[in-house]
Write a protein that binds this ligand. Structure first.
Ligand code: UDP
Length: 337
């Protein structure tokens, strides 16, 4: 019998790519999303890509009766939890809304899971939980905290909540996946990232600049202690990231307790290297200027990848050129969808 996996927040950028992988592999997929930062036609696209349609509920995951109805309607074996606000800058302006939403959805989810005896949970965490006091490459045993914004703190706090829940219930099986910088898109060009308004993140800003939607990219700082002075990040293709979730699902099926695992490539790429690779593989100019540093940004951030290899048997395979190619294809398709 195939496993039924529930994806709260599964219509978003990462969730939709995980749904595509799971459907292709024969898992039954149930998505709940309030579509506050996603489009409902993602469900049609998933059917187009995989030939299988996930069950879909347009609900707020913090709405307990609505969430309970989903768990009553499906024999859910495991949950991959993507539901949360994710804009760093907005979290500084609206901290209470971020804590209310990100923690609230998680707490309700844990209560409803407990009531239905569902024990497997994979959580969308972030490299941001390493904060400013640790240094790259980040290893999972480093202390959490020192986050530079409320969004990051919600991830660190949720990890703590899940760790405590695992101590109290030894039957729980939880993996917190710490994402580095997910970019790229499905190679079908049918699903990808849909930023709300002006993008905060680098890759969507690059693709919109190349498309002429934005005039020029601002490169935030060229005086960091890095080879070319610009920030260094561990960009990871969203399809590799999605495959990491499938590997984590195989892991939670066999292991109880709590684990945090990085999903990154282990390789740092600077802002200007990414811009140059994008421009050359896609043969499209990306006008940019150097601007002051953005507050809260680190100079260098990349993953130690040994734990993912050891526990999940997973490692990223796609190159930065693949990421640039697929992001550009998506940018060109997305306005026609
Ligand atoms: N960045 C930039 N211009 C932009 C957006 C981002 O120069 O318009 C830089 C940013 O300073 C950082 C890197 O790109 O060094 C990645 O930023 P992003 O917001 O994508 O992810 P973060 O690592 O901050 O979560």
């Amino acid at each position: 019998m195939s496993k039924t996996v529930f994806l709260p927040g599964g219509a978003g950028f990462i969730g939709s790519h995980v749904a595509a992988e799971l459907l292709t592999l024969g898992y039954d997929v149930v998505i709940a999303d309030d579509l506050s930062n996603a489009r409902g036609d993602v469900i049609d696209r998933l059917e187009q890509i995989t030939g299988r349609r996930p069950a879909f509920y347009r609900i707020d995951v913090a709405d307990r009766p609505a969430l309970t109805a989903v768990f009553d309607a499906h024999a859910i074996d495991a949950v991959i939890h993507f539901a949360g606000f994710k804009a760093v800058g907005e979290s500084v302006e609206k901290p209470v809304a971020y804590y209310r939403n990100n923690l609230g959805t998680t707490l309700t989810l844990l209560e409803v899971m407990a009531a239905h005896n569902v024990k497997e949970l994979i959580f969308s965490s972030s490299a941001t939980v390493y904060g400013v006091e640790n240094e790259a490459p980040y290893t999972e045993d480093m202390p959490r905290g020192g986050c530079t914004n409320p969004y990051g703190w919600t991830k660190a706090m949720i990890e703590q909540i899940l760790e405590d829940a695992c101590v109290a219930d030894p039957a729980l099986r939880v993996v917190c996946l710490r994402y580095f910088n997910p970019v790229g898109a499905h190679e079908s060009g049918l699903i990808g990232e849909l930023p709300n308004g002006i993008p905060n993140n680098l890759m969507p800003y690059i693709t919109q600049t190349a498309a002429g939607v934005r005039k020029e990219l601002a490169v935030f700082g060229n005086d960091y202690p890095t080879p070319d002075g610009t920030g260094v990040r561990d960009f990871i293709h969203v399809v590799d990231l999605a495959k990491g979730h499938v590997a984590a699902l195989c892991y939670t099926a066999k292991h109880t307790g709590w684990e945090a695992i990085n999903l990154g490539t282990g390789r740092g790429t600077s802002v200007l290297e990414l811009v140059d690779t994008f421009a050359s593989v896609n043969a499209v100019p990306v006008p940019y200027h150097i601007a002051p540093r953005r507050s809260g940004d680190l100079a260098v951030c990349y993953a130690a990848t040994d734990k993912a290899k050891r526990l999940l048997g997973w490692q990223a395979e796609k190159t930065v050129a693949d990421m640039c190619r697929d992001s550009w294809r998506w940018q060109q398709h997305s306005d026609k969808l």
